[in-house]
Ligand binder design. Structure first.
Ligand code: ADP
Ligand code: MG
Length: 486
């Protein structure tokens, strides 16, 4: 039997406001427990929530960015449940009428060696407050409650069940993460819990219309865990059904050490939460002018930038998508092109996706902090283009620029000069070297002339070695061919 995987996402993005969604307490991460919990967050009697305008502004920014409807009027609701880290006994959320409705998120997906555009429909995004945190670790043998996080503003972004594999789910999560960080509405720090994904997973026989019963895997806070958890869950459900069992709708947790999901609780139905409009908060009314103001102040979005890179610089779709994965990467790329010229766009893309990215990854450095600045890379590309150095030598020059002390940024030209890396394009000099190499490799020459094409590689290798990689490769090939033919 062939199975189809169906996945829908609920993502909690912590909004980057200074203060909480309904109180003036700070949202800063890492403070001493309970030092950032105001009477509102503690649910002391007689307090009233006051909505943070900055949180609403960020929700509008998100709505505009995904082409959603920003509701002119939305409602805050109480979601009732009992838990020690929820002092009010309810969470303020939005239920029937959320602030952001609909919208889509598109991203490039690599599938069977090809790249294709995938679009996921968003159901909604609503504003809500976070709960506190239980501290089970080593607290005098007891569990402590830290309410610093209680009341932190969240945007919960819900998709339709549009994803069909773990790989698609990861690509969606990465695209969403990059969008909220791009907009500056969320810091995206997954270790600190600023971006948490719940994956709803089900399977159905290929071709069946109805969805299967789903399980929700909660609080996945790394892309790797997300992929592992979904893959495990898919296998578990298929095995369960094939063995004659049925999937029970429930909430599960992923254990990264054992690489498996485990049942946490049976799934609550909406009715269990006894949702009702919060009488302490008036409806959230958003004037059209506010939405227009947000639209006007919007930065260029990754999707638009990706299309512009293809159109203006002639980049392949794939390159444009990779370069627009982060604002800093895109800015770096454009910095190089502005300095080196449009005809260097493709080489710039190659360098950024190749040597630059691998060096950044290896050294654990963010592109914004790269010791080699965009202007420096631009000069390097120009030196390759004008034939001063070969691509191979350029790697050595790049490494030299990377290692230069930060207070003394070095230009490619300085390194080429200091290390004598200039390409040998002087035909007289090159001819002399070629003659020497041919004389010293008589055996290979003989083999080549006898028809063994491969021997040419050995000869050119020797010639490159003799010039310490500095020979102009095209010129060297021409010269060798001419001499060998003669
Ligand atoms: P609830 O309110 O109980 O959490 P929703 O209808 O809001 O349920 O759906 C929550 C998430 O689960 C959404 O992202 C939705 O796309 C997804 N989902 C719903 N049904 C399925 C299914 N059968 N398989 C996979 N995902 C599903
Ligand atoms: Mg839900």
């Amino acid at each position: 039997m062939q199975w189809e995987v169906v996945i829908g996402f609920e993502t909690h993005a912590q909004l980057s406001t200074q203060s909480k969604i309904f109180s003036g307490a700070s949202t800063r991460f890492g403070a001493e427990p309970n030092t950032q919990a105001s009477p509102v967050d503690l649910a002391l009697p007689g307090v009233l929530p006051v909505l943070n305008k900055g949180a609403v502004e960020r929700a509008i920014q998100f709505g505009v960015a995904v082409g959603a409807t920003v509701a002119p009027r939305s409602i805050f609701a109480r979601k009732n449940y009992f838990y020690p880290d929820l002092p009010k006994g309810y969470q303020i959320s939005q239920y029937e009428i959320p602030v952001v409705q609909g919208g889509t998120l598109s991203f490039l997906l690599e599938k069977d060696g090809k790249t294709e555009m995938k679009t996921i429909r968003l159901t909604r995004a609503h504003l809500e407050e976070d709960a506190g945190k239980s501290l089970h670790e080593d607290y005098h043998g007891m569990t402590g409650i830290d309410l610093n996080r209680a009341g932190t503003p969240l945007l919960e972004i819900v998709t339709e069940p549009d994803m069909r594999s773990a790989a698609e789910a990861v690509a969606y999560a990465k695209a969403l993460h990059s969008l909220v960080v791009w907009l500056g509405i969320c810091d995206g720090n997954m270790q600190e819990g600023s971006f948490r994904c719940d994956a709803n997973v089900s399977v159905r026989p290929m071709g069946q219309k109805e969805y299967g019963t789903r399980c929700e895997i909660k609080n996945l806070n790394s892309f790797r865990f997300l992929e592992e958890a979904i893959n495990f869950e898919v296998r578990r459900q298929i095995e369960l059904i094939e063995d004659g069992g049925t999937v029970v709708q429930e909430t599960r947790l992923y254990d990264p050490d054992r690489k498996e999901t485990r049942s946490m609780r049976s799934k609550e139905e909406a009715a269990d939460y006894r949702y009702f409009p919060d009488p302490d908060l008036p409806p959230l009314v958003i004037a059209q002018e506010w939405i227009e103001r947000v639209k006007a102040s919007m930065p260029e979005l990754p999707g638009a930038m990706r299309e512009r890179f293809v159109k203006d610089y002639g980049l392949p779709e794939y390159d444009a998508a990779v370069l627009t994965q982060s604002k800093a990467m895109a800015a770096y790329f454009e910095g190089v092109v502005v300095k080196a010229g449009k005809e260097q766009a493709k080489p710039a893309a190659n360098w950024l996706m190749g040597d630059v990215s691998s060096t950044l990854n290896r050294e654990g450095v963010d592109i914004a902090d790269s010791p080699v600045k965009a202007e420096q890379l631009a000069v390097l590309l120009q030196r390759i283009a004008d034939g001063t150095i070969s691509n191979k030598i350029a790697k050595e020059v790049f490494a030299g620029m990377w290692e230069a002390p930060s207070d003394k940024p070095t230009l490619a030209d300085d390194i080429i000069e200091a290390k004598g890396l200039k390409q040998i394009s002087d035909s007289g000099a090159l001819e002399k070297i070629v003659d020497e190499v041919l004389a010293a490799n008589a055996k290979s020459v003989e083999e080549y002339r006898a028809g063994k094409e491969k021997a040419f590689n050995a000869i050119i290798g020797q010639a490159m070695k003799a010039t310490r990689g500095k020979a102009n490769p095209a010129q060297l090939t021409d010269l060798l061919k001419k001499k060998l033919a003669g």
